[in-house]
Design a protein around this ligand. Structure first.
Ligand SMILES: C[S@@+](CC[C@H](N)C(=O)[O-])C[C@H]1O[C@@H](n2cnc3c(N)ncnc32)[C@H](O)[C@@H]1O
Length: 288
């Protein structure tokens, strides 16, 4: 059964066509991306839900000895600083490495995470793409939190991540299903990257194709869409630009209107606030 009404499917078709006809769709520049990401997250309860889940189900079950953790596409460290806090409450030693090609986010990661560095905690960041590094049997935990979409070859990246784990180590991939507001990012990315991005189904298909054991869980979340539509605010524009993954005001009017129509059609009213549902899936796979 289709998730969308025939009207919504019509809008999706129209966006798809308009995006295909564009010569290019510029990605957000590094500093604006980092800004929009944090504003998006500050207006969503997803990060909180994810952190609670990861603390209870992953960090709390890790050994209390020494652990090495890798965060791929760590961004500014706003997420990882919480994971590190949980980890150091439990573990004797923690080595936490981030990989991040956005120099503005990587610098912020160093600063944010560096505050927790001590004899017990080592923190570092590599300013590069994950694909540019090779690790072997090094990590107890590898996290991809909303970063796998941006990698060029995700099959290779997952294989490389499994190689980079110590035996018994765990790979955790946090990724959105191709539903609701992510539908828009997917349509934009196919033009920006000249290939389809990945969503939950693709991770599932990868693990199935490799014959790997894995489990998955879904965390539901809502984004506060106040200020996104109509008389929009600057915060609202940042949120929409992050959803669309480009500067929305640079798009042709027809396409922009379709995007707004679609987003408004999936917006849910909750009391005096309007919100956009954006569930997230967590995949985990242990290296034997
Ligand atoms: C949506 S953000 C998530 C940031 C952080 N994990 C969080 O949850 O707040 C995705 C991050 O992946 C990074 N990224 C993009 N391409 C990458 C690559 N090839 N290797 C590693 N990270 C990448 C982006 O720069 C961005 O900071």
């Amino acid at each position: 059964m289709s998730l969308y009404t025939s009207h919504q499917n019509k809008i999706i078709g129209s966006i798809d066509q308009a995006v295909t006809n564009l010569t290019q769709i510029l990605p957000l520049n590094n500093s604006y991306y980092a800004q929009c990401l944090e504003i998006f997250e500050a207006n969503s309860d997803q990060r909180l839900g994810l952190l609670g889940w990861l603390e209870a189900n992953i960090v709390a079950k890790m050994s209390q000895g020494a652990n090495a953790i890798l965060s791929v596409g760590c961004g500014t460290g706003a997420f990882d600083e919480c994971i590190l806090r949980y980890a150091r409450q439990r573990m004797k030693q923690v080595t936490y490495l981030g990989i991040e090609p956005n120099e503005i986010s990587a610098a912020e990661f160093s600063q944010t995470m560096g505050k927790q560095a001590s004899n017990q905690v080592g923190v570092s960041v590599l300013l590069q793409k994950f694909e540019e590094q090779v690790f072997e049997n090094k990590f107890d935990l590898i996290l991809f939190v909303h970063s796998i979409y941006y990698l060029e070859n995700r099959n290779d990246a997952i294989d490389a991540a499994l190689k980079a784990l110590k035996p018994g180590g765990e790979l955790v991939i946090v990724i959105a299903p191709d539903e609701e507001l992510n539908k828009i990012a997917n349509l934009m990315w196919q033009r920006q990257m000249e290939q389809k991005s990945w969503f939950s189904d693709d991770v599932r298909a990868h693990f199935d194709a490799r014959g790997l054991d894995y489990s998955e869980a879904r965390v539901s979340a809502n984004l506060n869409a106040k200020g996104c539509f109509g008389e929009s605010t600057e915060v609202g524009r940042n949120i929409v630009d992050f959803i669309v993954q480009t500067q929305t005001d640079q798009l042709p009017t027809g396409l922009r209107n379709d995007i707004f129509d679609f987003l408004i059609s999936i917006t849910e009213g909750q009391g005096t606030t309007t919100c956009l549902p954006h569930p997230v899936d967590i995949f985990r796979c242990k290296k034997p």
